[in-house]
Design a binder for this molecule. Structure first.
Ligand SMILES: NC(=[NH2+])NCCC[C@H](N)C(=O)O
Length: 488
């Protein structure tokens, strides 16, 4: 692999702004699967939040690379058009690897590893970050010294993958960094940084903190970066209280959705605590960033993890969601009487409260997910026609739950009505077809773009499918694999 230095940052002060889930995507942060994913051992896979070990080459070449190619075609076509055959034929994949001479270095489809490499060119940042990483990873002084010898992009690779190019592992990999959604969220012109719930994701948030605070790309909005304060006295609390939802301060991006300019959704889940949601609400209302925040409390379950695993927006008037946590789920349960006797079921933990700035003491309860999503489409987005819901697995037992597990509800809108999702969720795809969406594979679509048979602007109501055998073992979909920085 060529190790020529990457081009100098070409993006000082780029515009950042997201105020919807389906406005045309113009810039986003991603991270291509790095060598660390190929080093996950079976006994650690679950601790590191993967369901299984993955085959790295398949995950990259046959799955994730399609995602990047699609994003480039939609967001920065000059970087890819006419080059597809050459890119596909290159066994080194250097087009996808930040810091190499053939890297696509787009200012619209931005790999966080590239930004990390760029900030590490600066000596003082490098010293601080190396000390921070060595501190949390408990490295010896000798390792710290050794890290000083690598060039900036190689050091970025080591900080992310945990290993050197000679295969030596210095610390654990960060396999979940491919889910850039979770490291931070752009809320209008502000960036909210996360506080991960799981140890396996701690180093990610330190890297993200440095990238957002030190990269010139974000320097003009540095005062708009929000970090939520930890509970003031959390270090004095006994361990059991520290873990309680009312004291713990954790928040991950998959639980935060910017659905309309004044309206933010926050999920309280396995990963995001009520305490953190309250802190975010306080800060955002004080700074006048949004006027309305809806908190959606979902069962704390690995299956559901974040709210974006149970619903995402497809179009101003179309949503995809999991039926068992929605109104339909309630209807299904009413058909039997067991629920009168049984233990508290999952839905009892499901609750939606809406808070308006200035009236935080009088939240409004919303009965179910469909009612909330209908209100967003109608009141916030001004839709006048019918609102449509597409259910995971067509809401057919047992496919609804099966396909939700493999991210049927976790779609990324490239623009209103044009989404990327996994190919394996057959019943959900059928449900999309019933709603008159076209379904096309990423491979086929790229060929059509490359042969000028179609261009991204021509697409309407389309579900683009991404191969997903390996990716889905990581338990996140295309929504999780994106951190939108700018939407039109
Ligand atoms: N926004 C999301 N749903 N992210 C999915 C993250 C999946 C990752 N394996 C984790 O457990 O953390």
């Amino acid at each position: 692999m060529a190790n020529n230095p990457a081009p100098a940052p070409s993006i000082p002060g780029i515009s950042v702004g997201v105020s919807s889930e389906t406005g045309t995507l113009k810039r986003l942060l991603i991270h291509s699967p790095d060598r660390g994913l190929g080093k996950v051992v079976p006994s650690k896979a679950q601790d590191w939040l993967f369901e299984d070990i993955v085959h790295l080459d398949t995950m990259r070449r046959k799955e994730y690379d399609y995602y990047v190619k699609l994003l480039l075609y939609f967001l920065d076509p000059d970087k890819i058009k006419g080059k597809l055959a050459a890119i596909n034929d290159d066994p080194t994949r250097s087009f996808f690897i930040p810091g190499t001479d053939k890297y696509f270095a787009s200012d619209c489809v931005v790999d966080i590893q590239r930004l990390l490499g760029e900030i590490l060119e600066e000596e003082s940042t490098r010293i601080k970050l190396t000390a921070a990483i060595c501190g949390i990873e408990r490295c010896s002084y000798q390792v710290q010294e050794e890290l000083g010898k690598f060039d900036a992009h190689e050091l970025a690779r080591i900080f992310i993958s945990g290993s050197c190019s000679d295969q030596r592992m210095l610390f654990a990999p960060l396999p979940n960094l491919i889910f850039t959604r979770d490291i931070g969220i752009v809320i209008n012109d502000h960036i909210l940084l996360n506080k991960p719930a799981k140890n396996a994701r701690t180093r990610e948030s330190i890297l993200a903190q440095f990238v957002f605070f030190y990269h010139p790309m974000f320097s003009h909005i540095r005062q708009n970066i929000i970090e939520i304060p930890e509970n003031e006295r959390h270090f004095l609390l006994p361990d059991d209280e520290k873990a309680s939802d009312y004291h713990r301060c954790t928040l991950e991006g998959g639980d935060v959705m910017m659905v309309a300019p004044g309206h933010l959704l926050i999920g309280c889940s396995e990963r995001t605590s009520i305490y953190a949601a309250q802190q975010v609400m306080k800060v955002l209302f004080e700074k006048n960033v949004v006027q309305k925040i809806t908190i959606i409390k979902i069962p704390k379950k690995r299956d559901y993890m974040h709210i974006d695993t149970i619903f995402t927006q497809v179009k101003r008037d179309v949503w995809v969601l999991l039926g068992t946590l929605a109104r339909l789920g309630d209807e299904a349960r009413k058909k039997d009487v067991l629920h009168f006797f049984g233990p508290a079921d999952a839905n009892k933990e499901f609750r939606i409260l809406q808070f308006e700035k200035g009236q935080e003491q009088q939240p409004r309860e919303i009965d179910n997910l469909e009612d909330l999503l209908t209100e967003i489409s109608r009141i916030d987005l001004g839709v006048t026609g019918p609102i449509r819901f597409i259910y995971s697995g067509g809401n057919e037992f047992p496919y609804g739950e099966r396909e939700q597990w493999t991210d049927s509800c976790n779609l990324l809108a490239l623009r209103d009505g044009v989404v990327i999702g996994y190919d394996r969720n057959d019943k959900t795809l059928e449900a999309f077809k019933k709603e008159r969406f076209k379904v096309i594979t990423a491979k086929r679509l790229l060929e059509k773009f490359e042969h000028n048979e179609l261009s991204p602007e021509d697409l309407t109501d389309t579900f683009i499918t991404l191969p997903s055998a390996e990716l889905s073992r990581a338990r996140g979909g295309s929504h999780c694999m994106s951190m939108p920085l700018l939407r039109g």
